[in-house]
Design a protein around this ligand. Structure first.
Ligand SMILES: Nc1ncnc2c1ncn2[C@@H]1O[C@H](COP(=O)(O)OP(=O)(O)OP(=O)(O)O)[C@@H](O)[C@H]1O
Length: 268
């Protein structure tokens, strides 16, 4: 079998929990507990589960940003190790990240040009930064003068476009989103989801998106991984999971999701 883009085996991450009573010892909780996950190049996978199920911890582990108590992660066959001596520039070159609240991750005093160029600085590819920033801002439908302006001058939807521009400016093959549209209102959310689907097609991206919102999954992914209490309880094609969930927990999640907009399913 050829190497998958991401291969995770037996991942366990524990966090210490403070004692609840005076003479009780501190305990620990497994935020992720024995995760096996394989993502092929070009695939788009959504990780879903309620708050606290371990989605963000898993994402951090896959990117080498969080500690692991057990297990291994490989990216295109190469081990991902959370080691401060190795800043894993090779992995940063190949991945782009989009978070829920772009504003919180923008420096309010840096122009959009400086903000979007951040990954290029981080990986030491600044030679043609200006042209690359202009090209990606244009690709994301931002006005030509956006580069000189500051984050506060933009709406929520535009800020998320800027965040996506920053995630893609260095030409990564994997785009990772942690609740990338949760902070947006419904119409803007729809547009950003469609934009992500289009970018994925045009750029041949592999996508990994964490969300608590099952309603967005058909637009963003072909495969769903359902997490509960640090474990994967079910995984499969979007249509199968949404129409015929096998696990009681997934059935509950599906039943409680808001009605799907008459949207674009990419998974079938
Ligand atoms: N740094 C930390 N220290 C202690 N406990 C943590 C830490 N990070 C996560 N946890 C615990 O690990 C479990 C999983 O958290 P995680 O944030 O991965 O879940 P999540 O599914 O991403 O939740 P949300 O959707 O609310 O972000 C939770 O019980 C959480 O309290």
């Amino acid at each position: 079998m050829t190497a998958a883009l991401i291969e995770a085996e037996g991942l366990v991450t524990r966090f210490r929990t403070p004692p609840r009573r005076l003479f009780e010892r501190a305990g620990s909780v497994a935020a992720i507990d024995g995760i096996e996950l394989r993502i092929e190049a070009g695939e788009s996978v959504a990780i879903v589960g309620e708050s606290g199920s371990g989605k963000s911890t898993l994402l951090r582990a896959l990117l080498g940003l969080g500690h692991l108590d057990a297990g291994t992660v490989r990216f295109d066959g190469r081990p991902v190790v959370a080691d401060p001596r190795d800043r894993m520039l090779w992995l940063r070159r190949r991945t782009g990240l989009v978070f829920q609240d772009p504003y919180a991750s923008f420096n309010p005093r840096r122009t959009i040009r400086q903000t979007v160029a951040e990954p290029l600085e981080a990986i030491g590819e600044t030679a043609d930064a200006e042209a690359r920033v202009d090209a990606i801002l244009d690709r994301l439908g931002l006005p030509a003068d956006a580069a000189q302006r500051l984050p506060r001058e933009f709406s929520g939807g535009q800020r998320q476009r800027i965040a996506i521009a920053r995630a893609l400016v260095h030409g990564p093959e994997l785009l990772v989103g942690d609740e990338p549209v949760s902070a947006l209102d419904v119409l803007v959310r729809r547009r950003i989801l469609e934009l992500l689907a289009e970018l994925r097609r045009d750029l041949g991206l592999t996508m990994l998106t964490v969300t608590h919102d099952l309603a967005i999954v058909p637009t963003i992914a072909e495969r769903v991984v359902v997490m509960r209490r640090g474990r994967i309880v079910e995984s499969g094609p979007v249509a199968r999971i949404l129409e015929d969930p096998r696990e009681p927990y997934t059935r509950e999640l599906v039943a409680s999701r808001p009605t799907l907009p008459p949207g674009t399913w990419i998974g079938r």
